[in-house]
Design a protein around this ligand. Structure first.
Ligand code: SF4
Ligand code: SF4
Length: 383
């Protein structure tokens, strides 16, 4: 499998950074900001390179421009006009980045890279520059009626009369692809109100160059679901929390630890405790710092097997597996090796994109390991 880059030399300032900085110094005051990026966020990077070993695309290429620091250098060149909008490196790197935010928790300067990549794509992918394959997806989730009927036929959770509890977010893709997740979640916590009158959270838009529309959709959802929103999708949780504020959003594992679960019976396979690993949701772990909670819950019903790179992106990354299928598979391959070598019965996920990615990858390899959402695993233990 691809090992993380540990070479200390990666942390010295790169030729890319030096070249762009030198041009900026020579040009002096002539370089004007274009207002593409939030200045305080872009200026925060001190080019230390601590983020390089965590970056999955840098691990694939060992090329500075495919690293977080290299991309921030490119963003600065775009911001000051040193590189034009149609520069091929800019176009390639804005798309090659997974947006996984693995570069954030390790950053000593507190750079919010997730904010920068959203602003970059908001500029770079305007109008007809947006990848063709992502456009129909964005069109579909933009209005609830476009996917609502198909999702209802798939029988996601539904409460016809309001309960007194917090609101369960159904998600757009999750309610279509994995409707069982919301059904099992309501079996675990019947007070959750799963009103069907709710739209998409806007994460897909925000990550694919329509930042304001992404925020607008999140605000609309916040109005539809007043009070606490409980989500079963890590990517949606992080976006909602960014727009509505952290106190409004609880990811399922947080909620279950606080409110409790029904009585759980340990899961057995061939007379022994089931061996279960987890694949983290990048945005949930790197954006919200939530990853211990799911492990705590798994330990209650099974033997938790920690994968060495559970916190590294699986390559699903929102629409990435559709827009860049080859790169997505390159990122996924070492993870599948790890899963298959772990001697496990189940791998648990907390995001529908990861669920689809791992199911597809393991099916291609004819693996017997089952992929389950955390709610589904706990649902089995509660039966
Ligand atoms: S993003 Fe953070 S960790 Fe990476 S080079 Fe900049 S300051 Fe260092
Ligand atoms: S978001 Fe992920 S892929 Fe993009 S620069 Fe950061 S670590 Fe690398």
């Amino acid at each position: 499998m691809t090992a993380p880059v540990t070479d200390e030399s990666a942390r010295v300032t790169s030729p890319l950074t030096t070249a762009v900085t030198a041009t900026a110094d020579t040009a002096g005051d002539a370089l004007q900001r274009r207002g593409i990026f939030t200045a305080a966020t872009l200026d925060r990077c001190i080019s230390c390179g601590f983020c390089l070993p965590t970056c999955p695309t840098y691990a694939l290429t060992k090329d500075e421009k495919s690293s977080p620091r290299g991309r921030i250098t490119l963003m600065r060149a775009l911001e000051t006009g040193q590189l034009a909008d149609d520069d091929p490196t800019l176009i390639e790197e804005a798309s090659f980045c997974l947006g996984c935010r693995a570069c954030e928790p390790v950053c000593p300067a507190g750079v919010h890279y997730g904010e920068l990549i959203e602003e970059w794509r908001d500029h770079q992918w305007r109008g007809d520059q947006r990848p063709l394959l992502v456009r129909p997806l964005m069109w579909m989730v933009d209005r609830t009626w476009r996917y609502g009927l198909a999702a209802t036929i798939r029988r996601h959770a539904l409460t016809r009369r309001h309960t007194d509890g917090p609101h369960l977010m159904l998600g757009c893709f999750e309610r279509m692809l994995f409707p069982r997740v919301s059904r099992v979640t309501r079996r675990l916590r019947p007070e959750l109100d799963a009103t069907p009158i709710q739209g998409c959270c806007g994460a897909l838009h925000a990550h694919n160059g329509e930042l304001e529309r992404g925020r607008e959709l999140a605000r609309e959802l916040g109005e539809r679901l007043p009070g606490t929103i409980v989500t079963t999708a890590g990517g949606c949780a992080a976006h909602l929390s960014d727009v509505l504020g952290r106190p409004r959003v609880m990811e399922l594992s947080e909620y279950l630890l606080r409110q409790g679960t029904p009585p759980l019976t340990p899961l057995l396979v061939d007379g022994r405790r089931a061996r279960v690993a987890i694949q983290d949701s990048c945005h949930l772990r790197n954006g919200m710092g939530v990853y211990r909670e799911s492990r705590e819950l798994i330990r209650r019903v099974a033997e938790l097997v920690e994968l060495p790179h559970a916190g590294t992106c699986c390559g699903a990354a929102g629409s990435y597996s559709i827009v860049r299928p080859k790169d997505s598979r390159r990122v996924l391959a070492p993870k599948l090796d790890e899963i298959q070598n772990a001697g496990i019965d189940y791998v648990v996920v907390v995001n529908p994109g990861c669920q689809r990615q791992l199911i597809t990858g393991l099916r291609r390899r004819h693996s017997a390991i089952r992929v389950l959402h955390l709610a589904e695993l706990l649902g089995m233990a509660a039966e």
